[in-house]
Design a protein. Sequence first.
Length: 634
Amino acid sequence: MKIILFLLVFPLIPALLATVTGNRIRAGIVRLSAGIIALGSIYCAWKFMGRDATFFVLDHALIEKGVLAGEVLLALFLLYKCKDIVTKEWWIPVLIVVQTAIMLFCDFGIKLPKVEHALYIDNFSVIMALIIGIIGSIICIYSIQYMKDYHHHHPEIKDRRKSFFFIMFFFLSAMFGVVFANNIVWLFLCWEITTLCSFLMIGYSRTEEATRNAFRALGLNLLGGLSFVIAIFYLVKVGIAGQKTIELDHILSGAKAFALIPAILISFAGITKSAQMPFSSWLLGAMVAPTPVSALLHSSTMVKAGVFIIVKFAPVLSGTFGGHMVALIGGVTFLMTSLLAVTQSNAKRVLAYSTIANLGLVVACAGIGTYETIWAAILLIIFHAVSKGLLFLAVGTIEHKIGSRDIEDMNGLIATYPGLGFVMLIGILGMFLAPFGMLISKWATLQAFIDVRPPILALLLAFGSAPTLFFWTKWMGKIVSVPQNAKNANNAVSGDEWTALGLLAALTVAACGLFPLIASTLIAPYLVDTFSQSVNIDSGTLTIMAIMLAFMIVVPVIFTLSSKRWPVTPTYLGGANVGGSLTYRGAMGMERTVGMRSYYLSGFLSEPVLTNISIIATLVIIAVMLGTILIPQV
């Protein structure tokens, strides 16, 4: 238990130190603390991976009072922040008050039941701890130089790096709490702390747009928080088969007829946290935050809390109508946001839409809740965390170097910034190309969905995968194209940024190449412990994937190392070239400049129309899903 308590408490130390030190000392503290947290999560994995779920007794009388005080202080702080928007967004403070009132009533009016095991760890928690500890720490290191450059490029924004690093480490502590808490009330507090961190970081610049988007994220996540606290009220008032409990393991092992109600309510909270339709607008608005925030909170880690909790409740959702509604929300989200990503040229919006889409696949898998779909869901979580973390950070550095995050401005990046182009290729390959992780996961998901009747989810996956192939391919095409007279910019990237990008690129390749080991040592034991069976991959498939992986690593390396020796062939323009491939003579004899742009199909795929259709469809599904809790369970 010592390592778990260490991971919960230690991040608070650099969080506090970051608020009282200078920039140079703070940088050293961040590097050292990030390394310690990463090593701590690795040690935790080494100690517990492959073992059955382990539960810990903790003398928590004083902690319970601290948790209650924390919930009240959190509510008061948020109400204070809402003082300027009460007349415009009155519903947000109302949600805060109602949510807090229910929790206080559960504690004082009904009395919370006794908790035997406050903390636990299983193989899924180990996986999440590795994601939080390793990827989260890497992003913190990246932030050191990035935030310095950020304020250099935005001198009009007040330098708040003290609070920035405080929130980053505070967030890591809360995320460890989410994945280790067996006491559902403790889990809820940590859950709400991540909402607070997201709210503060989205509004970091304090511009009108950032403030507006921060409150939108707060409001939509509070809707999920209200659903979560109603589930706690049900557990305290009604319980599971007459047994009042707030222990996660008791809920999951209890009678499904009673456990399904809190499972649906908490799954709704997971849907809002993971920005599924119709709540996706908060994550898109969150892209105004500095890039490390987008990478840590809104792609690699915080949004994973949403899918984490739904996956945990998968055994309860499995085979139920409510579970199928959860899966359908994820499937529709995957299809529609994949289509919406095609229409975007802003790199961060593409990454945001693709994040929502892939989280939708995880939600769909969790809603079905079979051992095959959960195997696929956990693979999706792992591969998405490393690849998307790499892509967000790479885009942040590219934006500072070229002054733009538009994909069109990344044309020829492999020639002008070879290193950045190379890590971008690895990140993109990790998202869509065989045998890299996301394609393996989608293959596993399709295999699992084929057995579901009716096969609507398999159709949504098939049609949603096509646009993902399209937008990743055209982005990669822009990066590897070499324009005429392209020159290496020789604009150095800082050591902290290269350290983060290099580590994440290595992790992406390692996760893809070692996925059979990950599946057998971490995922399989969790499935056996939860479902009493697991998925096995035949040796022939593994051999083919290993060969393909080797080719996909060798080709980019050869291209990067040998590109200077390759001649650039002029583009053929039907014989009308003027001076190579940069200009041509038009039909009226006028000399024109060649322009090559990617297809975004914005005239065919309308973002407002697709968004409205998605919102209406998913609102109907959510209404049906929540309606199932009113039907007596048998």
